[in-house]
Design a protein around this ligand. Structure first.
Ligand SMILES: C[S@@+](CC[C@H](N)C(=O)[O-])C[C@H]1O[C@@H](n2cnc3c(N)ncnc32)[C@H](O)[C@@H]1O
Length: 364
């Protein structure tokens, strides 16, 4: 019969028997990371050079044909093709082996949608240029010792554009599909009312809201003057200048001249420096019974989820977020936030592994 005093010895014996992972077990972890980096660069280069678009539009091509159509060097394009094949981005078309100089290549299934169709809810093509911007890893490394923070006004127009493009599928999923999952909301939006997009950025969401809810009047609020300028240009281009009011203000301070039926926030609530103060402002801006809808990245709540590709992606987003002094939040944090501020009917839905929507109603 074993006793308590036996147990440490037993554990020590089994520890000694288990030498743990071998060097040869661990090396593939690093090789996988380096290979992922190469795959990322193949995608980024393929997008910028037009090689991916060429394959999507023109169908199967040899490297020489691709190079000729884009005015590029055939040998270097062949090297890209083989790298893209290795990464699973392209497939071989025809009988020539993928490694042959005259192999024909075509995009792997659904890559055209995933990488080029910015209207698709599955669009991922914005992430690659975003992660390559200096605001992510370069600045993070430069400020690792000083920890110097920045704010949106310190970022470049290219950064704002890249954020807007990668945020687009979040709006695509939210409007109208995600909002339709909030009980009673689609009916309310169909009748009209005032909809506020807090942290509206360059205004892509406002255009989408205006298109799907023609009876509604819209307000966009953002604290970054450059983003508001871009949003104003987008409204003019979409013929919405009269229907959409734009306000440049920190969300911690924004007020409305008339109450809103719905306030949404897309991939920005975690950034607010004082989310309780922002939630107080939102509550004050809403009609009784009005909805607050938070659409955001759900930061993993456990170790296994953090190690999945979506979890790893969110840990990369954190690199930028840390520099503006915030971090992504676990989805459940928004339940607590809405409860704290007296919202009722608090609920949520997970739209994808990197996208969750949480909502509540201002008590009547
Ligand atoms: C990640 S971007 C998202 C923009 C837009 N919602 C989208 O999905 O494309 C975050 C935006 O939130 C704005 N923002 C973040 N915190 C803010 C705050 N406390 N007050 C006002 N704007 C804020 C930034 O200026 C930026 O435009």
């Amino acid at each position: 019969m074993s006793t308590d005093s036996d147990r440490p010895e037993t554990t020590a014996a089994s520890d000694a028997a288990d030498p743990g992972p071998q060097l040869s077990d661990q090396a593939p972890i690093l090789l996988g990371l380096a290979a992922g980096y190469i795959g990322h660069r193949c995608v980024g280069l393929g997008l910028r050079s037009g090689l991916i678009a060429e394959l999507a539009d023109g169908g199967p091509r040899t490297a020489r044909e691709l190079a000729g159509r884009r005015g590029l060097d055939p040998y270097l394009v062949w090297v890209w093709c083989r790298g893209a094949f290795a990464a699973g981005l392209v497939e071989r078309a025809g009988d020539e082996p993928a490694l042959a100089a005259d192999a024909r290549y075509e995009l792997a299934p659904h890559m055209a949608t995933l990488l080029l169709d910015s209207d698709s809810p599955a669009f991922l093509g914005g992430i690659f240029p975003l992660l390559e911007q200096p605001e992510v890893f370069d600045r993070f490394e430069r400020t690792l010792a000083t920890g110097e923070r920045m704010w949106w006004a310190d970022t470049s127009p290219d950064w704002i554009q890249a954020v807007s493009r990668s945020g687009r599928p979040f709006y695509t999923r939210l409007v109208p599909g995600g909002l339709a999952q909030v009980p009673g909301l689609a009916e309310r939006l169909g009748q009209g009312g005032r909809v506020v997009d807090t942290a509206c950025g360059t205004g892509r969401g406002l255009v989408r809201l205006a298109t799907h809810y023609p009876q509604c009047e819209l307000v966009g609020v953002d604290g970054d003057p450059h983003s508001i300028e871009q949003a104003r240009a987008a409204m003019a281009q979409a013929g919405l200048a009269e229907r959409v009011q734009l306000v440049c203000s920190p969300l911690e301070e924004f007020t409305l001249d008339q109450p809103a039926s719905v306030v949404i926030n897309n991939i920005s609530m975690h950034e607010c420096r004082d989310i309780d103060q922002v939630t107080r402002q939102v509550r004050a801006a809403l009609d009784p019974g009005g909805w607050f809808v938070v659409s955001d990245f759900p930061f993993p709540e456990d170790e296994p989820t953090l190690r999945t590709p979506p979890g790893r992606l969110m840990s990369g987003v954190q690199v930028f977020e840390a520099q503006i002094d915030d971090q992504l939040l676990p989805r459940a944090a928004y339940d607590g936030l809405l409860d704290r501020h007296g919202f009722t009917d608090v609920d949520h839905v997970q739209l994808t592994p990197v996208h969750a929507v949480t909502w509540g109603r201002r008590a009547a």
